[in-house]
Design a protein around this ligand. Structure first.
Ligand code: FAQ
Length: 315
């Protein structure tokens, strides 16, 4: 079939909300956009393990340690589903990881901020997982089958993570004045970076037009950011904490909260690699990859042995 006809058929398929599968014809740009977004999403999950991993041994009780350990493990799992989804598009996992290690590929800006107190673990679960869910629930209905299916399980786990974060914040906010102050301090530091997770404003989002046309993205960056704010403000009220934005105000006419200006200079600085922890995060990932070489080799040797045994038994 001619390229033009293939494209028309592809677009009609997407318009009818059908899923594109790995062996289906797809425009090169669709494939490239998916590889970019899914690999960056996978990198975000595994880099996202680092700020929280930092607190596993220091969590305040055995139960909190066990919960945090399980959450961080879930994030490793999300990274694995996403790298697998990415591989269905014809790229090698090692190449995508190389892009992370060389600084060519991005990962979410949020994971370049430090976790300085236990309350930060609450704020990450409540705000960062909250923002991740807002962005990712629509991805369960995106046009690419393997990505959409991976997202279903990811979102279920993220909603558990969000609740555990809120529960930590609630315990601290209702605790001693010092604990409440720690929770407020964490909210002050994580609020604005959480809003940046949704990406630049729609006017400054070069990838949105194509991604929305192809139903990779179903809602724009600004739409999802607004939804997140509208959902989170009442939750802060339940906690008795103050969102650090003097311009935050319910707008009856719009039916949404108005909010203050995001510091876009900070955002672009962080995604260029100059945030507080960028260098440390990439260095940690690179070391983990190098030190894990023997595990990958052993896993391959084991798989080869099993395959040889299976063939022998079948012969
Ligand atoms: N950080 O044209 P757009 C999580 C880049 S997972 C860094 O608007 P797009 C789980 C963007 O890549 C969090 N870079 O781009 C967890 C592009 O650069 P490029 C990750 C950002 O793709 C929780 C450029 O700016 N979630 O949190 C950011 O249409 C707790 C222009 O931007 C996903 O990856 C940013 N915040 O929209 C784990 C979800 N924003 O690539 C541990 C899937 C933008 O051309 C603990 N991804 N950029 O060089 C998406 O939905 C989209 O990719 C957006 C960006 C919305 C992130």
């Amino acid at each position: 079939m001619e390229e033009k006809n293939l494209l028309e058929r592809f677009e009609a398929y997407v318009a009818a909300n059908k899923k594109i599968e790995p062996k289906d014809w797809m425009p090169d740009d669709y494939r490239k956009t998916l590889i970019r977004q899914i690999s960056q999403h996978a990198h975000s999950e595994i880099v996202g393990m680092l700020p929280e991993g930092n607190w596993i041994t220091r969590a305040p009780s055995l139960q909190r340690k066990a919960i945090l350990l399980a959450k961080v493990q879930d994030e490793a799992g999300h990274g694995l589903y996403l790298y697998s989804a990415c591989e269905t598009l014809g790229v090698e996992r090692d190449d995508t990881l190389e892009d992370l290690h060389s600084g060519k590929a991005k990962y979410s800006s949020i994971f370049n901020y430090p976790t300085v107190s236990w309350a930060d673990i609450g704020a990450i679960g409540w705000l960062v997982d909250g923002a991740a869910i807002m962005n990712q629930v629509p991805l369960c209905k995106c046009s690419y089958g393997p990505y959409a299916r991976a997202m279903v399980r990811v979102c279920k786990e993220e909603s558990f993570h969000q609740r555990q974060g809120f529960q930590i914040m609630l315990t601290m906010a209702k605790g001693t004045p010092e604990q409440k102050a720690m929770a407020q301090d964490a909210l002050n530091r994580w609020w604005w970076p959480s809003l940046m997770m949704f990406g630049p404003t729609d006017d400054n989002s070069p990838n949105s037009a194509k991604s929305m046309k192809w139903k990779i993205k179903l809602f724009s960056n600004d739409e999802l950011r607004q939804r997140f704010i509208d959902m989170t403000v009442p939750q802060a009220e339940v906690l008795g904490l103050t969102i650090p934005d003097p311009d935050l105000k319910w707008n009856e006419e719009r039916g949404h909260y108005d909010f203050g200006e995001i510091n876009w200079e900070e955002f672009y600085n962080v995604i260029k690699g100059n945030g507080p922890c960028n260098k440390q995060r990439v260095e940690t990932r690179r070391n983990a990859y190098d030190k894990g070489a023997w595990v990958r080799e052993a896993a391959i040797a084991h798989a080869e042995k099993r395959e040889a045994r299976r063939k022998e038994a079948a012969a």
